[in-house]
Design a protein around this ligand. Sequence first.
Ligand SMILES: [Mn+2]
Length: 331
Amino acid sequence: MADQAFVTLATNDSYAKGAMVLGKSLRAHKTSRKLVALIGPHVTEPARDVLQKIYDEVRLVDLLDSKDAAHLSLMKRPDLGVTFTKLHCWTLTHYSKCVFMDADTLVLSNVDELFNREELSAAPDPGWPDCFNSGVFVFRPSIETYGQLLQLCTESGSFDGGDQGVLNSFFSNWSTADITKHLPFIYNLSSIAIYSYLPAFKQYGSDAKVVHFLGKMKPWNYSYDATTKSVKGHSQDPSTLHPDYLLKWWHIYSGAVLPMMKEQYGSEHFYSGCEDSEEIHHGVSQIQVSPSPRPTVSSEERKQKWEQGQADYMGMDSFENIQRKLDSFLN
Ligand SMILES: [Mn+2]
């Protein structure tokens, strides 16, 4: 077991918070594997120190400093910096097998059984199920594979601009070759699936083992009222996960991570997002919900806008309204 590890990546202090919560959730469910966090050069000292206390290994990946092929690749494709950083996980050759998990994932139960799978195992992407989602995947560290990935990246780029495109191009027979490499969806459950197939979520949602906070709004972008134990500001965004999962994330963050951060930061200012702490009174909340009266639109216009990705998040398509609709199905 000592040569197997869960691996995540934090490129800044926000994602570092995600990595802290993920690490804590893996520990809470008593994983027997090692925990490794790759961090970019922008992660600040106190955040690194907290990660060091949660993870067995924290490894700085500074491609600009590296003397290997990644540096060269980065010079040719500066747009793929974060992607190259993630691909760096293949260099962890002191482990024989690893499970990569995005810092915006959260573990709901022990998932050590993932190590029974082979490279490259992953769950389908809800947007295009013939592609796998690269938020959770099983891989075997190998310098050879790493080199091949960099080469593909540098020569052909990424069809989606990120690591998921590159990895799907590289492991291109994933969708057809071997069904054991298809992880069940419950190992990478994302919000889009809930909204696009609600009856399935109703039937299988309680089996979820890993949730993935896909989309622009991440759990750490919200704020939390520690006295009422409620997440604030999620009315803005209907694409986030079920509010229960968001609450779970904040519960771990406020209960297990924040005390460590407070200790580490000392008198140094940091944004906690928790409303019982002082910085929120001095600082500005990250989310400002300011409902304004809207002109009425016809339902046809509204549908058209929704389909163009211009949902009226603040008004008719607010999270509350969508949630009410969902609740009416679920009850
Ligand atoms: Mn992600």
